[in-house]
Design a protein around this ligand. Structure first.
Ligand SMILES: [Zn+2]
Length: 375
């Protein structure tokens, strides 16, 4: 889930929106409008619309605070956070690695529902302070505080459901991890619980729909379907991690990137090497030493008319600019680097010499082979 609209940074963490966010924003504002209209028609349409929009905005602010509490806790415990994305069903924090211990995982997950419950409590306390007279009069502020109070409690409650990747599921994973010492097994158990919760939501939603709840029922099913998918993906990922156990970069790297002289021109390279062999990765040498890597991506950037006059050394990615790993690097860590930097190839370098290349395509082959033999 990546942001498509960037909103800016809070505490150095990028905040963004996914397009699906607009769907829920419209849904929330229109349903708030209808609700306020029904309960307080005397306010007039202008006030009701303004109230619906500002209550909606405050709701998203409280959602963001929930997500920020996860992210800020994560960052203060050594887990970098790439960004927070708000989408149709809430928010996600993109953590760049897994928590180091079960206790960090537990408190990182618990921070979110605690924050939501605290916001809920604050809203209801403010309503109490405003006094029973104001509550009876049904002022717009009171209606707003009540709604925000209950919705934040609901948010805390929903997130505490023990199904991974909900916060409650993460806490469940942390507890199993702490008891058994096996993180991957804990992830698989908590993901199974998440799939079960997702299924229950789907069934419940369909029942509601046929019971006359209308769109609300479909919405519950949709949340269930999303949970089911996300939990299934987490389950598969935990399996992947197990397949990577004890495997190093040296085991999976390939040595079949052909070496070419840096003085060749691109025209020659494209027709005689790139198109003829279909390979996507070439090692460029200068005076017999490895100088860099060349993929179709770099060639694409160069105007076709200049191909005969541009050498491979001119366009290659020089070795010193590339992320590299030593051969003994665990494959899991190498993949983390490739994911974080969005790389398709990662050179494996030993004592300044190229030992091989890790490529996504080859890692996929490796996994396919293992899956075929079910090991
Ligand atoms: Zn959360």
């Amino acid at each position: 889930m990546r942001s498509q609209i960037k909103l800016g940074k809070i505490f150095g963490i990028e905040i963004g929106l996914h397009y699906s966010w607009f769907l829920i924003a419209i849904l929330i504002v229109t349903s708030l409008y209808a609700e306020f209209h029904k309960s307080n028609a005397a306010w007039g349409n202008g006030v009701i619309l303004a109230m619906a929009i500002s209550t909606g905005l405050l709701f998203f602010a409280s959602l963001l605070l929930h997500e920020l509490s996860h992210s800020v806790y994560a960052r203060s415990h050594g887990i970098p956070v790439k960004e927070i994305t708000l989408f149709a069903l809430g928010g996600v924090s993109q953590l760049e690695k897994e928590p180091a211990t079960a206790s960090i995982e537990f408190w990182m997950a618990f921070a979110g529902p605690l924050t939501s419950a605290a916001i809920g409590l604050l809203c209801l306390l403010l309503r109490l302070i405003a006094g029973p007279a104001a509550a009876r009069a049904g002022t717009p502020l009171i209606a707003m505080l009540s709604w925000l109070g209950y919705i934040n409690f609901a948010l805390a409650g929903f997130n505490m459901i023990p199904g991974y990747p909900l916060d409650g599921g993460r806490m469940m994973r942390a507890i199993i991890w702490w008891k058994t010492g096996e993180m991957d097994r804990a992830t698989r158990l908590a993901s199974k619980a998440g799939q079960a919760v997702g299924l229950l939501f789907i069934i419940w939603g369909i029942a509601q729909f046929f019971g006359g709840a209308g769109v609300g029922g479909l919405w519950i099913s949709f949340i269930g379907w999303f949970l089911l998918t996300a939990a299934g993906e987490s389950y598969a990922q935990a399996g992947l991690k197990q397949a990577f156990e004890g495997v190093t970069a040296a085991d999976v790297m390939t040595n079949d990137c052909p070496a070419l002289d840096g003085n060749l021109n691109i025209e020659h390279f494209v027709h005689d090497e790139l198109l003829r062999t279909g390979r996507r990765c070439f090692v460029i040498t200068q005076n017999g030493r490895i100088a860099g890597l060349l993929t179709p991506h770099e060639v694409k950037e160069i105007d076709r008319a200049r191909w005969p006059y541009t050498t491979l050394s001119d366009v290659m990615r020089p070795l010193e600019d590339l992320h590299t790993v030593p051969p003994e690097t665990p494959l899991k860590n190498a993949l983390e680097i490739m994911g974080k930097e969005d790389l398709n190839q990662l050179p494996v370098v030993e004592d300044g010499h190229l030992a091989g290349i890790l490529s996504r395509a080859h890692i996929v082959d490796y996994l396919r082979t293992r899956a075929e033999l079910k090991v």
